[in-house]
Write a protein that binds this ligand. Structure first.
Ligand SMILES: Nc1ncnc2c1ncn2[C@@H]1O[C@H](COP(=O)(O)OP(=O)(O)OP(=O)(O)O)[C@@H](O)[C@H]1O
Ligand code: SF4
Ligand SMILES: [Mg+2]
Length: 446
């Protein structure tokens, strides 16, 4: 009966590319860059929003209507080897789009392929035309993939990490080739990369993405010179410097990129942000994460569990964390619900056949007692909170003293409710993209 988990791969991303621009999408692995690129090309279906190409809304176009537009929009993938059909020669692969789109005869397609091969540096083209992908180097394969994208004379190309799998020595040459082709054929690029150095080299404007959202967006030079969002600042600080005397390489903020199925509330970067404030979106999950962190120390973990009980007895209820310290057996609410169900069922049966109604009531009551006994027996096998709710509350006060201040300051109420302890958090603020210093930033500090 649980809801199916949904990955929020991309959430509320909006941007416009003027013709001739190189627009960079930058961010750590899994932040949704490829999903944006694929969605723009209608290779992934968006759940909402719209995609416009040259003013035309293409969001809901059928495949047949999309076909002529597809010619104008191409994609270059990260892995050139996987992008090329191993059973086709390089020349055939490059000529193929012209034949598939019925734009040229086989002979003309061959001529066009040879021409573009020379242009992208695959020469002698005649000799390489008949080679298979396995015979070529990584750089040559990526040149072939670029040639195949450009042969249709598109207007727009999504380049998804086009140099990430190439040697450093070849990267710059492939990027230069892409720049040359852009000038020659008036191309517009959506350039996806996790590498800020590459983005700095090639992009006019960039959007920094974190967990499916754009967090900073504007002129590439301005952002590189003066990053505003704490995440952009951390990314830039982590770029290694070639100067051995330069300040030590800083690493990205601690912790994993959170789960895209349940992204953090408020600012999605708040669990990792070094300058987070109490209004950045702290929530009960952050308290559970803090207890997880404490559990890395065996001694602390034992102490926490002795007073607070096991994790299975902590429940997130919106902006509230409920810690059940007593009440072993079936939880009170579930017990009431089940009892009502048994009484109702026996009443309904009793209306039809009284004896069956009595039997249902007896069987239901017995079932309930048995389940409760089993749950109690299960509870005796796990460590139970010792000292009850009052002690757990006092203990949590101490835990919060040692917690990151923004998290502790967001707790508005720490109270005992029967056998439970309640920890309430202030409502999470979700910052919007706002203009600051000539770019858009999603952060409460701006
Ligand atoms: N088909 C899918 N089903 C479920 N989850 C998916 C699917 N495609 C992508 N995701 C998830 O969506 C999120 C974004 O993925 P995406 O590939 O767009 O990231 P990315 O920024 O391109 O990462 P990388 O730099 O590793 O290529 C990830 O959490 C990923 O696991
Ligand atoms: S809103 Fe700004 S300060 Fe707050 S957590 Fe996010 S990035 Fe950090
Ligand atoms: Mg990707």
């Amino acid at each position: 009966m649980r809801e199916r988990p949904v990955v929020h791969a991309v959430d509320g991303v909006t941007f416009t590319l003027p013709p001739g621009e190189i627009f960079g999408l930058v961010g750590e692995s899994g932040c949704g860059k490829t999903t944006v690129g694929r969605t723009v090309l209608r290779l992934a279906e968006p759940t909402s929003g719209s995609i416009r190409f040259e003013g035309k809304d293409i969001t809901h176009l059928k495949e047949a209507e999309l076909r002529p537009i597809r010619r104008q929009m191409q994609i270059i993938f990260q892995d050139p080897h996987a992008s090329l059909n191993p059973a086709m020669t390089i020349g055939q692969s490059i000529a193929d789009p012209l034949i598939v789109h019925e734009l040229a005869s086989e002979e003309d397609a061959r001529k066009a392929a040879l021409e573009i091969m020379t242009e992208v540096g695959l020469s002698p083209a005649e000799q390489l035309y008949g080679k298979y992908p396995a015979d070529l180097s990584g750089g040559q394969k990526q040149r072939a993939v670029i040639a195949r994208a450009v042969i249709l004379r598109p207007k727009f190309i999504v380049a998804d990490e086009p140099v990430a799998m190439l040697d450093m020595s070849i990267r710059a040459r492939i990027l230069e080739l892409m720049l040359e082709l852009k000038d020659k054929y008036d191309l517009t690029y959506l350039f996806i990369t996790h590498d800020l150095a590459t983005a700095k080299f090639i992009c006019d404007r960039i959007a920094i993405m974190y967990l499916g959202r754009i967090v900073e967006f504007g002129d590439a030079k301005a952002i590189f010179n003066d990053p505003k969002h704490p995440y952009t600042q951390a990314l830039l600080a982590a770029i290694p410097s070639p100067d051995p005397d330069a300040r030590r390489l800083k690493t990205l903020p601690k912790g994993e990129v959170p789960d895209a199925v349940n992204p953090p509330k408020g600012c999605r970067f708040h669990p990792r942000c070094p300058v987070a404030t109490p209004t950045c979106g702290w929530e009960p999950q952050d308290m559970l994460d803090l207890l997880d962190q404490r559990a890395l120390d065996e001694e602390v973990s034992r102490r926490d569990e002795a007073v607070l009980g096991p994790r299975s007895r902590m429940q997130v209820e919106e902006q509230r964390l409920r810690i059940r310290t007593g009440g072993i057996g079936i939880p009170r609410k579930a017990r009431t619900g089940l009892s009502l169900f048994v009484v109702l069922a026996s009443f309904v049966y009793a209306l039809m056949i009284p004896l069956v109604g009595v039997a249902v009531l007896m069987a239901g009551s017995f079932g309930l007692l048995l389940t409760d006994a089993l749950a109690r027996w299960e509870s005796t096998r796990i460590t139970r909170a010792q000292g009850g709710a009052a002690r757990a509350r006092a203990y949590l006060e101490d835990v919060l003293q040692g917690a990151p201040q923004p998290l502790a300051n967001t707790v508005t109420r720490l109270a005992v409710d029967g056998d439970d302890v309640l920890l309430e958090f202030a409502p999470a603020e979700d910052p919007e993209l706002r203009m600051s210093a000539g770019r858009e930033v999603r952060c409460v500090l701006y």
